[in-house]
Every structure is written in structure tokens, then in C-alpha cells.
Design a protein around this ligand. Structure first.
Ligand code: PBG
Length: 327
């Protein structure tokens, strides 16, 4: 029997590396990558994290060197998370002008010297003795409005320390508007807000909890989103933009490409995606066993997030990805 000759031959555009390069729709530029970094107040040498191969908890000294390295690699920014030596139910170290996160911001700012954007985390989970992202009310529930008032104070301290963009990751209602108002009132109109708008209560944050010595028992389901809900992610992104977010984020990344694509389609502000700790560690663990190609997997992950609509990607592999896309 004779088969019909294909009327169209898409393979023509895949025939050579040069042709594939010519028609490639999505690119990855180091400037679009943000490296999350951890700083621990109570260590005197960088400490590797067993569940996040290649990632360490920094001292202030090693942070300065690593920020310089990130700037040399052409990264767009760094996102700072800090672990204090002491915790209490209110997370007081978070609002201390000389707290570890504020010191880390000052160190990073000096090391970066304007070459990349300094972002820092506005959330209480690293600072509270119970590990929740907010303070608790008399019944042990996370108190939204009391927490937002603390975020506003944290934000001003971080701005004073020199952060360019504040990452609001706590998922409290009204947090963006409150932080924006506090920043403006304190004279920090130029400090931006990156809203973790659609942040899901995800199992993929597992290794991050080691990175911040998380004290959490239980879960964050009363404030982070239900992984089953897509439309609600769009609602959160709209609310945060309306409250004044300069950038909105979807998190985790690959399991939520549908949400990312929907947000990216409608958003009037740039959209970020966070390839979170568990997503990173899955690749690392499989690559260690020789089950997948580490470089190809990380590049595919970042490319997929970009293709779905992310303008900016947060990834623990940012330094390697930057080197790979340049070579
Ligand atoms: C909360 C926060 C978390 C992450 C970023 N910010 C943890 C959580 O919500 O439990 C997770 C990031 C990752 O897994 O890489 N401040």
C-alpha cells in the first residue's frame, strides 16, 4: 500500500543545531535568574545542606563572596533567607534593626555594589519558635492581621538595611497593601514588592525546611493555597497586583505550570516562578544516581518555566544555569 506524503514536515525546522537555534521560541538569560541564599547567625563556617546538594547555609563572610560570584555570573538577583540564633513566639529577631537578615542585606548590598538586585524574605517562619509564618492568637491559630502588622515593621527594617525588593512569602491577606503603605510612609517609595501571590501548601518545600532549621509541626494549609485550586491562584495574583505588588510569583514551579501560564497571560506586572527546594533536590538526587542528566534536567526545568510565561525564575541552580546558557 502507498501512504500519503505528509503535507507538512515540521521536522525540517529541527534538522540541524543552527536551524533549531534559529526557531527557538524561549531563551534563558542569566539576568532573568534569581539565586535563593541562606544565612545562619550561629555558624562560623558555611554549612552544606544534605537535602539540597550544592547549597549551603552562609556566614556573613561567605555570603559576601557568594554574592560577588552571583554578580560575576550575571544573575538578575539574589533572594536572602536568614536563620536567627534565637527564636521566640513573636519572631522578634525579624524586626530587630541589627537582626541577622538585616545584617545579611547590608552585607549583600555592599558586595553586589549595584550589579544585581537584592531581594529579601518578609515572613516569620524562620524566626518563630513554633515555625509558623505568623504569630498565633489565643487559640493557637495564625492571626492574620497581627502578623501583617509585624510584616510591615519587618519590611521597613529590611528597606532601611538596603533591600531593593521585598519577597512577601507569608500568604497573609492584605500583606501587600500593608507593606506598601508602611514602606511609603517610611520614605521607601522606591523599594519594590515581589508578592508570592499563588503560593501553594506544597510537599516540595521539604528541603527548604532543613535549610532554615524549621520548627514547624503540622502544616500551613490555613494560609498557603490548596494544591487542588487553580482559579484561586489567579485571584491571589489579581489581589496582590491591585494591592500594589510590583511583581507576582507562582510557587512551586513545575507542578503549577497551568497556574503560571494563566497568571502570565493576564498579569500587567512581571511574573516570577520559584523552582523550589524539592523540585531542585529531585533532580539532584536522580542525577547523583545516574538516573537523569543533571544539566539537561535543570535547563529543561528553567526553560519550561520561561515558556509557560515566567519572566523571572528563582532556582538554586542559578549559577550553573547561567554558566550553561552562556557556554
Ligand atoms: C516561607 C518560605 C518557604 C519557602 C520560601 N519561603 C517555606 C514554606 O512556605 O514552608 C520554600 C522555598 C523552597 O522550598 O525552596 N518563608
Amino acid at each position: 500500500m502507498t501512504f500519503p506524503v505528509p503535507a507538512e514536515r515540521p521536522r525540517r525546522l529541527r534538522a540541524t543545531p543552527a536551524m533549531r537555534r534559529l526557531v527557538r521560541e524561549t531563551s534563558v538569560d542569566p539576568a532573568q535568574l534569581v539565586l535563593p541564599m541562606f544565612i545562619h547567625e550561629a555558624i562560623d563556617a558555611p554549612r552544606p545542606l544534605s537535602s539540597l546538594p550544592g547549597v549551603v547555609q552562609h556566614t556573613l563572610e561567605s555570603l559576601a563572596l557568594a554574592v560577588d560570584e552571583a554578580a560575576h555570573a550575571g544573575l538578575g538577583g539574589v533572594m536572602l533567607f536568614a536563620v536567627p540564633a534565637e527564636r521566640d513566639p513573636e519572631g522578634s529577631a525579624a524586626v530587630d534593626p541589627d537582626g541577622i537578615l538585616q545584617r545579611a542585606i547590608r552585607t549583600a548590598r555592599e558586595a553586589a555594589a549595584g550589579r544585581l538586585v537584592i531581594m529579601s524574605d518578609v515572613c516569620l517562619d524562620e524566626f518563630t519558635s513554633h515555625g509558623h509564618c505568623g504569630v498565633l492568637d489565643a487559640d493557637g491559630r495564625v492571626d492574620n492581621d497581627a502578623t501583617v502588622a509585624i510584616y510591615a515593621r519587618m519590611a521597613v527594617e529590611q528597606a532601611r538595611a538596603g533591600a531593593d525588593v521585598l519577597g512577601l512569602s507569608g500568604m497573609m491577606d492584605g500583606q501587600v497593601a500593608a507593606v506598601r503603605a508602611a514602606l511609603d510612609e517610611a520614605g521607601f517609595a522606591d523599594v519594590g514588592v515581589l508578592a508570592y501571590a499563588a503560593k501553594y501548601a506544597s510537599a516540595f518545600y521539604g528541603p527548604f525546611r532543613e535549610a532554615v532549621d524549621s520548627q514547624l509541626t503540622g502544616d500551613r494549609a490555613t494560609y498557603q493555597m490548596d494544591p487542588a485550586n487553580g482559579r484561586e491562584g489567579l485571584r491571589e495574583a489579581h489581589l496582590d497586583a491591585a494591592e500594589g505588588a510590583d511583581l507576582v510569583m507562582v510557587k512551586p514551579g513545575l507542578p503549577y505550570l497551568d497556574v503560571l501560564a494563566a497568571v502570565a497571560q493576564e498579569s500587567l506586572v512581571p511574573v516570577a516562578a520559584y523552582h523550589v527546594s524539592g523540585e531542585y533536590s529531585q533532580i539532584e538526587a536522580a542525577a547523583e544516581r545516574g538516573w537523569i542528566d543533571r544539566r539537561a534536567a535543570h535547563l529543561e526545568a528553567v526553560t519550561a518555566l520561561r515558556r509557560a510565561g515566567a519572566d523571572i525564575v528563582l532556582t538554586y541552580a542559578a549559577l550553573d544555569v547561567a554558566a550553561w546558557v552562556r557556554s
